[in-house]
Design a protein around this ligand. Structure first.
Ligand SMILES: O=P(O)(O)OC[C@@H](O)[C@@H](O)c1c[nH]c2ccccc12
Length: 267
């Protein structure tokens, strides 16, 4: 099944049940790929609906200190894109939740755009988020991902003007990632005001599901933003647990995942 279809079906299924999707993020290869594979399964079992895997990068400009440190640990362990795809291929039979890859543009460019998109889909990746690729330069990757059936998930920021939103949304598949704060991942701020305004503007230009992320760490925060979106993304709070508990992080990560999902049921 194409990645676009996998994501579309997942969101339709949740909508029918009246639930909001929980998207959980971890950096692949932190502390090693074996643990990442186990974390993916543990998060799915605990209630994650979509799982986002980060490709470590030396210059992660959109990331705050927690995910930057995870990137560094992963790179020190020798993680690379090929290894991540292999790990995903190894668990694809076990995992039903759509997997989304977050990667800066450089590793994808090095790998080769077309080959990357084909390999990613073949290994079981449903979608792709590339935080440092502006729409103006995304043409070739958009083309390759569409050919391969890999959902290209665009990011919109609080500073994106309305006419740009429409163009960004048009390029997107699967869902739109709405960055709720101006800044980096892990930023602590009151996110619900911004998302209320943004969600209205985005819904005017697209029917794609909306995911809200950046700065959401606790169940109460997830609950507060949920009315304005279709999915809530939590990254740094989980990565912090991985940092503190390393190979033993399955239990604490599953426990936070379950609490977050609980907050997104019966709204
Ligand atoms: O860490 P936070 O504040 O919970 O935000 C989610 C985020 O971690 C994840 O989606 C992500 C990690 N790195 C990114 C880079 C760009 C966009 C999104 C991301």
């Amino acid at each position: 099944m194409s990645g676009v279809k996998k994501l579309t079906e997942k969101f339709a299924e949740l909508k029918e049940k009246g639930e909001k999707a929980l998207v959980t993020y971890v950096t692949a290869g932190d502390p090693n790929l074996e643990t990442t594979a186990r974390l993916v399964c543990a998060m799915e079992q605990a209630g994650a609906d979509v799982i986002e895997l980060g490709v470590p990068f030396s210059d992660p400009v959109a990331d705050g200190p927690v995910i930057q440190r995870a990137s560094t640990r992963s790179l020190q362990g020798g993680t690379h894109l090929t290894g991540i795809l292999e790990m995903v291929r190894g668990i694809r039979e076990k995992v039903q939740a759509p997997l989304v890859l977050m990667s800066y543009y450089n590793p994808i460019l090095q790998y080769g755009l077309e080959k990357f998109c084909q390999d990613a889909v073949r290994c079981g990746i449903a979608g792709l988020i590339v935080p440092d690729l502006p729409l103006e330069e995304a043409g070739p990757l958009l083309h390759s991902s569409q050919e391969a059936g890999l959902a290209y998930i665009p990011l919109v920021a609080p500073t994106s003007p309305q006419r740009r939103l429409a163009r960004i949304a048009e390029s997107g598949q699967g869902f739109i990632y709405c960055v709720t704060v101006t800044g980096i991942t892990g930023t602590k701020q009151n996110v619900s005001n911004e998302i209320a305004r943004m969600s209205g503007e985005i819904r005017e230009v697209t029917d794609l599901p909306l995911a809200a992320g950046f700065g959401i760490a606790a169940p109460e925060q997830a609950k507060a933003v949920a009315p304005y979106c279709d999915a809530v993304v939590v990254g740094s709070a989980l990565v912090k647990l991985v940092e503190n508990h390393r190979e033993d992080s399955l239990e604490p990560v599953a426990s936070l995942t379950a609490q977050l999902k609980q907050a997104l049921l019966r709204l």
